[in-house]
Each structure stands twice: as structure tokens, then as C-alpha cells.
Design a protein around this ligand. Sequence first.
Ligand SMILES: Cc1cc2nc3c(=O)[nH]c(=O)nc-3n(C[C@H](O)[C@H](O)[C@H](O)COP(=O)(O)O)c2cc1C
Length: 484
Amino acid sequence: MRVLDPWARNPACWEKISIIARVAQGSFRRRWICPRGARPRIAKRRLAHFWTKCIHLGQGGAPGCGVGLRRRPPRGGRHVMTVEDRLARWRRRYPRVADLAPRARRRLPGFLHDFVVGGLGDDLALGGARAALDAVEIVPRYGVGAEGLDTGATLFGERFAAPLAIAPIGGDGSIWPGATRAFARAARAARLPYMAGTLASHPVEQVAGWLEQGRWFQLYTMPGDDHRVSLDLLARAAAAGVTAVAVTVDVPLPARRYRDMRNGLRMPMRPGPRHIAQAASRPAWLAALARHGVGQFANLAPYADAPDRGSIGGFVAREGPGAGAGWPVLARLRDAFPGAMLVKGLQHPADAANAVALGYDGVIVSNHGGRQFDAAPAPIDVLPAIRDAVGPAPTLLLDGGILSGLDILRAQVCGADGVLAGRAFMLGLAALGQDGPAHVAETLIDEYRIALGQSGALTGAGARGMTHRHPGRWPALAFGEEAP
Ligand SMILES: Cc1cc2nc3c(=O)[nH]c(=O)nc-3n(C[C@H](O)[C@H](O)[C@H](O)COP(=O)(O)O)c2cc1C
């Protein structure tokens, strides 16, 4: 064993063991078809344990599973896997964000995977957003060198590493336990803003404490008791040092998402045997659950009858987050917060102009990741008309389908000041565990740096003037003057 020890501490060997273990498990399964009393069962359990351990070690260990190499103290100069080692390996294995999707699928319980990756209806709005981004062509300019290449961006008075923010994902801590914290950690390390959601698994005060800058918050209106909860959430955000709040307006009603309906996902969530069986087959997810516990809508705990999951879920179902976000309410909310404010989920230039007229600092052009209205246009296609309508000063952010650094440049070329990405970070977390979002941030920023240099734009400001072709672009004249 002493001879094997240094070898066993080399992470590469664990990868090989994990492959051998998988093969062994397969052949064991075949033999197990004819059981001989209790012994094969015990042996199978041991092998399953060994296999799980090997797989985790081969992958650098799922955070919280207690077997990751990262958690071992260094001994006698032997190799200990660090976050940097992992990132280096992931750079080779998953050079694109899209490469993470199959692994995320294998590690997430099926009903949660469907919830994250799905849109609604026939997924037309979801697919359209991605296809529209792909269709934007940019003509590169050469001979400009690379001096002055700068991925940095200033948003609401703060300087970030790139014009990229982590988007709010409601129920993030139920999708992957510990998600809110992992996103905050990644944002802080990468110097990006993180827009924590009303439905995040940690309260806004705690998330703000984890971040050094880019403390952004997404607010859902809740019409009960004359918007008492929404106004209180705004006051709490201001007290916590949040610098920008986005009010989401594109959820006037809960969506009918067929996958979720088939999977029995509803509010409040009551896990049935099918959910439990799916979760039981995902050891990395279970390990995250064991470490972080079941996520709940922590921001809303003070307003529910009791701070337990069931009561908070009941409160959310009653209040219908997102309902009642009419213009008079938006005007009241604007007056109630001293920092920057955005309206999230607009697609019509007249709506964007309304928001700016009410004193909002900008708009997030978004179709909610294709999850609310299947006939909605791709956000990138309405962006130029919105920029024309509001002029150069208001901040326009775009989200929906952002999967690469080139997409960030595409959005800027079409008129955005920056973008948010939701699923990219969620899939990074599901695929790679707690450090996954850091890998996604690093990938997107590096791709953006190369896109800036390769196009000759060099900076976000330079991107605005790039010659480009945008076949899906809605002309300003296409928008009617109908009243909102
Ligand atoms: C699972 C899931 C939950 C979401 N929850 C919220 C939410 O609570 N509030 C909100 O404003 N947007 C929410 N969104 C929308 C995102 O903030 C963002 O607009 C969208 O995900 C961007 O598209 P992308 O995922 O392709 O990057 C959610 C999106 C997903 C995928």
C-alpha cells in the first residue's frame, strides 16, 4: 500500500480507476443477475461505494461529498488538487460552455434538469433566441493591433471584469443545493455582478455580504396587501448595500410549462416517489444536498405564516410573484429605492421608453429565457429598435441564450451595454459542482477577450461601431403605437 500511496494521490490515476470501476461495475451487474444469497448484495454495496468514491475523486470530488482531493491537507509536498488544477483540467475537457450540458444532464435529477433547460410551449422562444444570436455576423477590422484591448465594463458606477452578470434563477438552491452561494463566490472571484433573485435560496442581506461589488437584486412584485412585501424587499435591499435592482415584469401569470406539468412540479412542491427515485440516482446532487440542505425561498421567510418550506411555498403560491407589475406600481417602486433600477423582461421599444420616462436607469431586454411567452421575439432582434427608442444613455442589458464570449460581443454590437447569463452558470454548477460557475465565468470572459481582439473592436465602446449584419432585426417602424 505504501508503494501505491504516491501513485494513488495523483489525480490522473483516479480518472483511470474511475473508468476501470465503471467497467467493473458493468460486469458485476451482469453477474449479479443470478444472486447467491446475501453476499453479492453486500459486495455490490461495497463496489457501489468504491465506484462512487472513484468517480468523485476522478472528477476532483463533488464539493461536500467529503471525498474530494481538494479537502485533503497537503502532506509532504505530494500533489494536492487545488481549484486551479481543476480549472486547468476543465479548460481542456470543457472548452465551451455548451460542452457542460451532457454532464449536467447526467448529474441533475431528471425533473430538475427539465425545469432548468426547458422553455415553454414548443420551445420556440427558447430556440429562437439562440438562433438569432448565431445569425449575427460581425465584419472584423484588422491592422489595429491589440494595444488597448480591454474586456472591462463600467455598469452603475462600478468597474467589472466584463460586461457580464449572473442572472437570477428562481429556486436555484432547489435545483442545485448551495447554488446562491456558489454564484456569489464565482461572481466575486471573477469580478462580475451577481443579480440574486427574490426566489434565491439565501436572503439578500447574506448575498450582499458575500459580494464585494456588483450587488444586484431582482425583485418580483407581489400585489398582496398593496405591495407591502415588494416595498419591504426594496428597503431590505437598500439597507444591504444593493447597488442595482431589476423589477421583473414578464411574469404577469404563471406559465404553463408542459415538461414541468408532466413531471409533477408545482408550488408548493411535494416530492413524490418519482422525484425521490430520480434524486436517489444522482450521487453528486445528493452530496450537495447533504452539505447545503434543501433550498428554500429565504427572502420570503419573514412574510410567510412560518419560516418552514411548506409555509413559504404556500405564501409564494398565494402571492404569485411577478403579478401586478403595472406602470403605476413600477413608478412607486422606482421612488422607493435610492440606487439604480432596471425593468427586466421588456421587448417593446415603447415599453422601454416608458420605463426610462419613469426614472428607470435602464432595461433588461429579455424573454425570460423563453419560459413565459412562446411567440416572443428573440431579445437580440428587438434590441436595436429599443436602443433607437431610448437613446444612448440608458443602460441596456440583454439576456437569453448567452453561451459564449462572442455572444457578449454580438449583443454589444447590436446596442447592449452588457449581458446576463442564467442557464450557462446553472449548468456549470450542475456539471462541475461549486467551482463550476467560476469555470463558466473564466470561459466567457476569455472568449469575450478573444472576440474583442479578433474583431478589432478592442473594447465595449469599440463594439458599438462595428459593421455587422443582423438578419432578424426588427425595424423600428414594425412597432405599432398601441397603448400598453
Ligand atoms: C430555471 C430558471 C429560473 C428563473 N427564475 C427567474 C426568476 O426568479 N426571476 C427572473 O427575473 N428571471 C428568472 N429566470 C430568467 C433568467 O433570469 C434569465 O432571464 C434567463 O435565464 C436568461 O436566459 P439564459 O438562461 O438562456 O441565459 C429564470 C430562468 C431559469 C432558466
